[in-house]
Design a protein around this ligand. Structure first.
Ligand code: NAD
Ligand code: ZN
Length: 291
């Protein structure tokens, strides 16, 4: 392992401070889930190609809810059959070793961190979670508990069967995706590009608080294209805490790491590099001889 990286990890371990991991689509790439930057993100409606930035919007959902649902159900299917990888598992080891001194902030909606064994109340899904839906008219609120099977105002995604990119949207799909309370569309519990972060659905303040208390920020597989993750990176940089970025490509977080006295850019994939990083962070101290 690079000496500078070893020094940052040793210091973080000895400090006994808390660690925040911030993950993006890159950590799930080796589980076979495409990121948004690749060409796999396109969706074809008629003869036109749409980018995720156009599909994942409230505006598109208002205009063409069935198409937006067809796209999500296809993508959710890919997530459902994917398996957690060595990168997810390494972060679970860190979670187990550090307990409350560890917080995970993820942009991924694929559920793989939780399926790998991450502790739910330390895992903050700042872009939502594909396993849940909520009323598009927001007829209930986060306090709704138990009633109609809601958990914090959200319902589990109904079983929609196996969906390919060409699976048509049927009347039965429409009724499964109707709010049991008011009959409006249910929407995916995900943050769309024309919406804002909040605490109620997306744990914005919780994520910022974790970053303002951490002594190390470990960024994995994110391109820095969204605002809250960048805010977290900039906060860590201003505070001068340890900062590691694992990514095969340069990105705004690697720039911050390179500009920081306590930062290091680990060029490589999550599966290749996270296990050794976590091992260094959780290694037992070898104590000197007792005299
Ligand atoms: P992104 O698609 O913008 O960027 C992915 C980043 O991962 C890139 O910087 C890339 O270089 C890096 N990367 C690729 N392979 C990697 C690997 N093996 N190991 C480590 N890094 C790797 O992703 P983003 O920054 O998360 O933002 C995209 C948005 O899309 C987010 O809002 C996210 O919620 C959503 N999204 C989620 C999923 C998912 O849940 N798995 C998938 C696609 C998109
Ligand atoms: Zn409703």
């Amino acid at each position: 392992m690079e000496r500078e990286l070893t020094n940052i990890l040793d210091e973080a371990r000895r400090s006994g401070g808390s660690i925040v991991a911030l993950t993006g689509a890159g950590i799930s790439a080796e589980s076979g889930i495409p990121t948004f930057r690749g060409t796999e993100g396109y969706w074809v409606i008629g003869s036109k190609n749409y980018m995720p930035q156009e599909m994942a919007t409230q505006e598109m959902f208002r205009r063409a809810p069935e198409e937006v649902w067809r796209w999500y159900l296809y993508r959710f299917g890919v997530c459902k059959y994917a398996q957690p990888n060595a990168g997810h598992r390494a972060l679970v080891s860190l979670d187990r070793a550090l307990g409350d001194r560890f917080q995970l902030v993820t942009q991924n909606i694929d559920g793989l961190h939780l399926r790998a064994g991450a502790t739910p109340n330390r895992t903050h899904c700042i872009h939502g979670d594909a396993a849940f839906v909520r009323c598009a008219d927001a007829c209930s609120h986060a306090a709704s508990q138990g009633e109609l099977g809601e958990q914090h105002g959200k319902l589990p995604l109904p079983d929609m069967g196996v969906r390919g990119a060409d699976t048509p949207f049927t009347e039965a799909d429409r009724s499964r995706l109707s709010c049991p309370r008011c009959g409006a569309w249910l929407r995916p519990h995900v943050l769309w590009f024309d919406e804002y972060y909040d605490e109620e659905n997306y744990r914005m303040q919780t994520a910022l608080r974790a970053a303002s208390q951490a002594s190390l920020l470990l960024v994995v597989g994110t391109s820095g294209a969204t605002t809250l993750p960048m805010q977290i990176g900039e906060l860590a940089f201003r505070r001068g805490i340890g900062m590691i970025d694992v990514n095969p490509e340069e990105n705004p977080f690697s720039d911050l790491c390179q500009a920081s006295a306590k930062g290091f850019f680990v060029r490589g994939s999550a599966c290749e590099r996270l296990p050794e990083i976590v091992q260094a962070l959780t290694a037992f101290e070898v104590s000197g001889p007792v005299v």
